[in-house]
Design a protein around this ligand. Sequence first.
Ligand SMILES: [Fe+2]
Ligand SMILES: [Fe+2]
Length: 408
Amino acid sequence: MKQFSVLFADPDKNVHDGHRRMIKALKPSWSLVFASTAREAMSKIVILRPDVIVSELGLTLEDGSDLLKTVQQAFPEIIRIVLSSEPDGESEVVLRATQSAHRFLAKPCKGEALVEQIEKAGGLRRLLKSKELLEIIGGIPYLPSLPTIFHELVEAIESPLTSLSEIGDIIARDVSMTGRVLHLVNSAFFGLPRQVSNPQTAVVMLGINVIKSLVCYVKLFFAAPDVIMPGLSLDQMWLHSSLAARLSKEIAANCNAPANVQENAFLAGMLHDVGKLLLLDHPRYYNRVLRPLSESSEKVFSEAEYATFGTSHAEIGAYLLGLWGLSDQVVEAVACHHRPSQLNFESSVVLRATHLANALLCMAAGENFLVDSTIMADPCVKKSFAGWKKRAETLYRESVNEAKSSAG
Ligand SMILES: [Fe+2]
Ligand SMILES: [Fe+2]
């Protein structure tokens, strides 16, 4: 069982006593450290390098910089959890914290819930074997959006005629915005009794003012720059992700999965390559993985990632989505979408659908991609495989024709 070292930063010493009592009763071997100010927290972090920081909102250093943001920049590998008494999940202080915090909890929080969140977030680290990658990912504050979708969203929120469901439809087409709204709506500030996996539902719950803040003030949503890594096409990545989402949901529906599982299959399909996006800002990573390759097919690319770092964009994306509190089914499907047999228990419908959708679309695009043998052994897959393969080819062909006609 993993032992964690946790630093609690809170100006109220009574809160320290409460946490000490609660956590020591449940996890006597964990190492707990307490700080009342941002300055005290930073000096303890520099010496002790805890696994996790649990902080109240609004703690600032002498120069006015935010504690969590400073930790993110200086020690990106430390997991950052907000535990706050701020009652309003839509306040700017909360929305701004989404740039630097992985998880949000509201006070009062029971000891069991706090321990569960720390264990879940801390346990995700096992996905990434390289310390270098943990640092790269922990430090990334932004995920870019496809420029066309971003500009469509800006126009939509400026028009008084646009409905929330139209805004939800735009956001659901973008990989980064989908991840971000689900991160926010699933935080404890919204106090929802169940996990939300549907970006349109998340947008309705957040409301127009929060979406406007995310675009205009907090700038959590932003368009990708024109020039990104050579060998990577953002348009193709988005197209591949949105087709994978559609196909993954159709496969889950064909396997008679209930509606919530179909929704998770759609989401996992949409987000399965989010790890590639995370690394756009890191030429160091890409130069070591992508540049030596003569072709950039997904299979060749992921094999080069494993050979260089012992991990791939699949685990990297899953790590972030897990820290953001997305459902275990989605995180697992994203983590294993290239290597489903690395799981030592039976794969879920969501993982099978995501793996198949990705593999079939890569094959439809002419890539040399094999479906995992453990997935092929599934009776539902055996029965319907030929039909899904044809469907992937149709979806891919239609999207290529559509792109050609809108370009010409
Ligand atoms: Fe992938
Ligand atoms: Fe993919």
